[in-house]
Design a protein around this ligand. Structure first.
Ligand code: MN
Length: 249
């Protein structure tokens, strides 16, 4: 079970969720939305070697948290994973568009200077601009485009650039999402939930609900469920093996 983008710290009882993930042997990338949340969120991974904690600064929070980019830079040497970072092109965030760009650019510069990181990247309504920024910083590391919702053309550009993708039950529930996943290179796809933000039947997705992605992925790839699991685990091993810079955690 692999959930490469989950906000563990935002569940009502994060420790209980983390304990259950550990008991299930789930691989979880626990992303954060602000640098100030990183240290506290690290404690969720203490007794769960398969839970990793990513240092993030969410584009939707830039209007109030831009100043935390300095803290991001300070913490980055001790963080193996980065996320959630990126740009959001939604109408609610239009007024801080330039600020989002400046912060994202600064984060990518810091990642480059640190030797590169695996990065979980948000690109809602801003796919082209996100790809442009990432291409300007080729040494920033390996971007994993989370819940990609751009056009087919934008997706091809990201795929041709060598980027990875994480997809989940919410994306697989729509025909548009499935048609984008069909265009993704199978050897660079991983699963995610984006819980508790992403919901299914009115309920927040839990990390273990990532298993709901298996059947639809099997249909898209024309393989059986155990082959999907093999593909995903091989992908995860390859992603980790290509980690640009090892950090002593
Ligand atoms: Mn998210």
């Amino acid at each position: 079970m692999i959930d490469l983008h989950c906000h563990l710290d935002l569940y009502p009882d994060p420790h209980a969720v983390a304990r259950k993930c550990a008991a299930l042997g789930a691989y979880v990338l626990s992303v954060t939305t602000t640098p100030s949340a990183w240290k506290g969120t690290l404690t969720l991974a203490k007794e769960a070697p398969r839970i990793r904690t990513a240092l993030g600064l969410h584009p939707q929070l830039i209007h109030e948290r831009a100043a935390e980019v300095a803290l991001f830079e300070q913490l980055l040497p001790s963080a193996q994973y980065v996320g959630e970072i990126g740009l959001d092109g939604g109408a609610d965030f239009r007024s801080c568009r330039q600020q989002q760009h400046d912060v994202f650019d600064r984060i990518l510069r810091a990642c480059s200077a640190a030797g590169g990181r695996i990065m979980s990247v948000h690109s809602r309504g801003a796919a082209s601009r996100v790809v442009d920024c990432l291409l300007r910083h080729p040494k920033a590391g390996i971007p994993v485009m989370h819940w990609f919702s751009g056009s087919a053309v934008e997706l091809r550009r990201a795929a041709e650039a060598g980027f990875w993708f994480s997809v989940g039950p919410a994306m697989l529930a729509t025909e548009r999402g499935r048609s984008l996943i069909r265009l993704m290179p199978q050897d660079r796809v991983l699963t995610e939930t984006d819980g508790p933000f992403a919901r299914r039947n009115g309920q927040a997705l839990m990390p273990w609900h990532v298993s709901a992605a298996v059947a639809p992925l099997a249909a898209i790839w024309s393989v059986n469920a155990s082959e999907v699991a093999e593909i995903l685990h091989a992908n995860l091993r390859r992603l980790i093996a290509s980690t640009p810079q090892r950090v002593a955690e």
